[in-house]
Design a binder for this molecule. Structure first.
Ligand SMILES: NC(=O)c1ccc[n+]([C@@H]2O[C@H](COP(=O)([O-])OP(=O)(O)OC[C@H]3O[C@@H](n4cnc5c(N)ncnc54)[C@H](OP(=O)(O)O)[C@@H]3O)[C@@H](O)[C@H]2O)c1
Length: 312
């Protein structure tokens, strides 16, 4: 059942820290109660407040001001939301965690797979959870955050300590207009999102087109069945419930049609000359397949081509 929404916070509750003041971080900063939400300052970054324009899905643009604090001043923190990109996460946490409470729960918002396990292995004393969200946010200008699409967020435990905090954290994040609910099997939900991202994002980046436009392109048509076979075989080898390749293809195409006009995050990163998350999507599939002795020529080819595109 979805957690309750729009409840008042009890006095004395500790603060929620946000690491990564990009589109997703500012969406949460704008949505959670401002008196208990803090952006974590980078080492050496001036601390005070961060004021930005926030465009909700409905209604007029608003001005939001969130406190920016260094980790050393966050001893009362109750929860850390990590909203950096997947490849930024380990470095960002290594800068901050030594100064934060030693068992502070961490919720990871990164797309793809690989970064969540790396965090749980690097900091085993911390309860680690992952969020899968269909909320859409972007930053068309540095001081403007747009909540582009209403969605839903599922939170689930990555390690046993995370499981013990799951209900409390879900309740805490439900003190916002965003819809949040606990997920008992977050690995399966991460995988389902990975399948869709692996089947849409690299093609949009390589073809420089919107999500719906990949479907008629020869690059997509020549490789999608091979891609789905590789995904299905890897999921089976990992012991996950999986669908036959044809079902995975149908799911990918359903999402591509439903989001036909969207610019994928991977294409947006390439357009802005930023590093993509390919290493945590098709790159993760390639690494895991090779480790298990499974062929993965399509995922390897897409990973390499997108890496070259981003480098170029
Ligand atoms: N946006 C969405 O709609 C959406 C939806 C679902 C999932 N996600 C996932 O959420 C994650 C974040 O996405 P996003 O769109 O919010 O990306 P983003 O806009 O690039 O935000 C990442 C932020 O982290 C900051 N950062 C990088 N290294 C840092 C460090 N060491 N310390 C502190 N801050 C650091 C970045 O600053 P600089 O720019 O200065 O490097 C940037 O402000 C990604 O994994 C993405 O796949 C996003």
């Amino acid at each position: 059942m979805p957690a309750p929404r729009h409840q008042a916070l009890s006095p004395g509750e500790g603060s929620i820290l946000i690491l990564g003041a990009g589109a997703m971080g500012r969406l949460w900063a704008a949505s959670l109660p401002t008196d208990t939400t803090r952006l974590l300052a980078r080492p050496g970054q001036p601390t005070d407040t961060d004021t930005f324009r926030f465009q909700p899905v409905d209604g007029p643009e608003q001005l939001r001001t969130v406190s920016v604090r260094p980790a050393a001043e966050a001893s009362q923190a109750e929860l850390l939301l990590v909203t950096t990109k997947a490849h930024q996460t380990l470095d960002a946490l290594a800068e901050q965690l030594p100064l934060l409470p030693p068992t502070l729960p961490i919720v990871l918002f990164q797309n793809g797979l690989g970064s969540q396990q790396a965090v749980a292995e690097a900091w085993p004393a911390h309860p680690v959870l992952a969020a899968v969200t269909t909320e859409g946010a972007n930053r068309p200008e540095p001081d403007l955050t747009v909540h582009a699409g209403l969605g839903q967020t599922w939170i689930g435990a990555i390690n046993p300590a995370g499981q013990r905090h799951l209900d409390a954290i879900t309740q805490r994040l439900a003190h916002s207009p965003l819809r949040v609910q606990p997920e008992a099997d977050i690995q399966s939900r991460l995988w389902r999102k990975l399948v869709v991202n692996a089947g849409i994002n690299p093609f949009t980046a390589l073809l420089d087109c919107r999500n719906g436009d990949i479907l008629a392109q020869p690059l997509y048509q020549h490789h999608i069945d091979g891609l789905c076979q590789e995904l299905s075989a890897l999921m089976a080898a990992e012991g996950l419930a999986t669908d036959p390749p044809a079902h995975l293809r149908a799911t990918i195409e359903q999402v591509a049609r439903a989001t036909a006009r969207n610019i994928s995050s991977m294409r947006a990163d390439v357009m802005q000359g930023r590093r993509t998350e390919i290493d945590y999507i098709n790159g993760y599939v390639t690494r895991r397949s090779r480790a298990l002795g499974l062929p993965c020529p399509v995922n390897a080819m897409l990973t390499e081509k997108v890496r070259n595109l981003a480098n170029g």
